[in-house]
Design a protein around this ligand. Structure first.
Ligand code: FES
Length: 86
């Protein structure tokens, strides 16, 4: 595989104010650490999204198009492991 291969997965966190204060600020750190520790930064694109109007059920996280609602920080690591392995 070439060095400049494009990311094959995408993680999107809602960074709207409601999701941000309800957990995505911490989730962002968890995701960044997860990618760094496993050296996955080139394979997984990490993006921030604006409010998707799911605020009441936030924090909202999307992984490869699958939406996770109420993705509280204590669940984030398990969500990542279920998608990308231990
Ligand atoms: S702030 Fe995240 S869905 Fe509204």
């Amino acid at each position: 595989m070439s060095e400049d291969a494009k990311p094959t997965h995408k993680i999107s966190l809602c960074l709207g104010s409601s999701c941000f204060v309800r957990g995505n600020e911490q989730n962002l750190e968890t995701v960044e650490n997860f990618l760094k520790e496993r050296d996955l930064e080139a394979q997984i694109e990490l993006r921030g999204l604006r409010c998707r109007e799911d605020c009441a059920r936030g924090p909202r996280v999307e992984i490869d198009g699958k939406v996770y609602l109420e993705a509280a920080p204590e669940k984030m690591l398990a969500i990542l492991k279920s998608n990308f392995g231990e």
